[in-house]
Every structure is written in C-alpha cells, then in structure tokens.
Ligand binder design. Structure first.
Ligand code: Z5A
Ligand code: MG
Length: 210
C-alpha cells in the first residue's frame, strides 16, 4: 500500500474488561476533535452474518468446534479488511478494538496448535501499533458485566494472559510495535498514555501484512 498521506492502523488489544472499548471510543473522539478522520472497527463485528454466528457462540446459545469458531473469527476480519484498507488509503485513521492477536490468544488457550491459530490471519494488514491493555484477571472480574459470556472466567483469562506475553515476544522479534500498558489506573491516565503512543506513529512507511 502506498505510504503517501495514508491513515494509521492502530489496534487496541487487552485482557477481558481491561477497558478496550472505552479507550477506543475516547481515542476516536479526541482524534476527531483534533480534526482527524477516524473510523472505529470492533472485532468480533457481531452485525455481519458471520458475526451473528460468533455472537450466538459467545452467548452460549450455539455450539461449534474450537477450530470452526477460530476460523469464523478470522473470516470476520477478512470480510472487513478491504474496507479498512481503502479507509487507510484515503487518509483515515483506523482504530481496531481487538484483532488477530485475540484470535491466537483465546484459541491457543483452548489447546489448539499455536502456528495453526496464526495461519488464517496471515496476509491481513499489519498494524502500525498494537497497544495491549493489561489488568489482572482478578481486578477485571470486579468490573461491569463480567461472567456473562463464554471465556469470562479467571482460569481462561490467566491462560490468555500468558498467551499474550508470548504474542508480545514473537511479534516484537518481527519488529511489530506491541506496547503493554497498565490498564488498572484511571481512564484519563490510560488515555493519555495511548494518545502519546498514537501521536508517534510513523505513516511514512507503507503498511505490510501479518
Ligand atoms: N475473541 C476470540 O476468541 N477470538 C477472536 O478472534 C476475537 C475475540 C476477536 C468477545 O469479545 C470475546 O471474543 C472475547 C474474546 C473473544 N472473550 N472474552 N473474554 P468482545 O471484544 O466483544 O468482548 P466485550 O464484551 O466487549 O468485553 P471486553 O472487550 O473484554 O471489555 P473491554 O472492551 O476491554 O472493556 P470496556 O467495555 O471498555 O470496560 C469494561 C468495564 O470496565 C466497563 O464497566 C467500564 O466502564 C469499566 N472500565 C473501563 N476502564 C476502566 C478504568 N480505567 N477504571 C475503572 N473501570 C473501567
Ligand atoms: Mg469491548
């Protein structure tokens, strides 16, 4: 993708209830108030046909094999990637609330092979910046609506936490900018750290793929 005047691709990842969606919203509003064009994408996007299947699975109203749900989460990203790419090309900053890294962390926590988990997302756009919001699973469990969906239990979240540590190591080795922030502080503190990082993104390089 040509680097000229492109928007940036920023991913907010994190443990459950770490404040990803709250921070994505604040970031979008603050960037818009600075005159930037911004688009927010949330994964899973539960509004598409694939997203509706994912939603039913997460609410435990349907059962699917671990492999099938992993591929559906990835397909849900693939169905939006062209739209994201064209937005970036037209100068829009795209903020992604979860992305492929959640896919690997959760599916591998269920025992699926690590490389197999990575493979369906190969070829998706590689973000300029991944911010990982860290919070201890015990603190997260005290935040709103915890425990209503599949995976929202401390044992699963601890496995996911370990997997994100491995993701950080592996992608940092591949020179991806993957930054962990402490998300147990105030909304304002977390936001200002995120904004500092986003302000430093270098859009002079062309975007690569995962
Ligand atoms: N999943 C997967 O398996 N494979 C994939 O490929 C993908 C996802 C993409 C649903 O995701 C599940 O799908 C998820 C991973 C799996 N399973 N789990 N666990 P989701 O993103 O749709 O999940 P969600 O329902 O939006 O929850 P969340 O994203 O984990 O929450 P959050 O966005 O991080 O937190 P929040 O909604 O912004 O805030 C939670 C509460 O904390 C809320 O009451 C806030 O007001 C409060 N909050 C936020 N920040 C703070 C601070 N700083 N202090 C105090 N309180 C705060
Ligand atoms: Mg969320």
């Amino acid at each position: 993708m040509s680097a000229q005047n492109r928007g940036s691709l920023v991913v907010i990842e994190g443990l459950d209830r770490s404040g990803k969606s709250t921070q994505c919203q604040i970031l979008m509003e603050k960037l818009q108030s600075k005159g930037k064009k911004v688009q927010l994408y949330k994964f899973p996007d539960r509004t598409t046909a694939i997203g509706k299947k994912i939603d039913a699975y997460l609410k435990e109203t349907s059962q699917l094999s671990d492999q099938v749900i992993h591929l559906l989460f990835s397909a849900n990203r693939w169905e939006l990637i062209e739209d994201i790419q064209s937005k970036i090309q037209s100068g829009v900053t795209c903020i992604l609330d979860r992305y492929a890294f959640s896919g690997i962390a959760f599916s591998a926590a269920k025992g699926l092979n690590w490389e197999w988990c990575k493979s369906p997302d190969r070829g998706l756009l590689r973000p300029d910046l991944v911010i990982f919001l860290h919070i201890s699973p015990e603190v997260a469990a005290k935040r709103g609506q915890y425990g209503e969906e599949r995976y929202e239990n401390i044992e699963m979240q601890k496995k996911v936490e370990k997997n994100f540590e491995r993701i950080e190591r592996e992608y940092t080795e591949e020179s991806l900018s993957f930054i962990t922030l402490d998300a147990s502080t105030s909304l304002e503190t977390v936001h200002s750290r995120i904004m500092n990082l986003v302000d430093q993104v270098d859009v002079s390089k062309a975007l690569e793929t995962l």
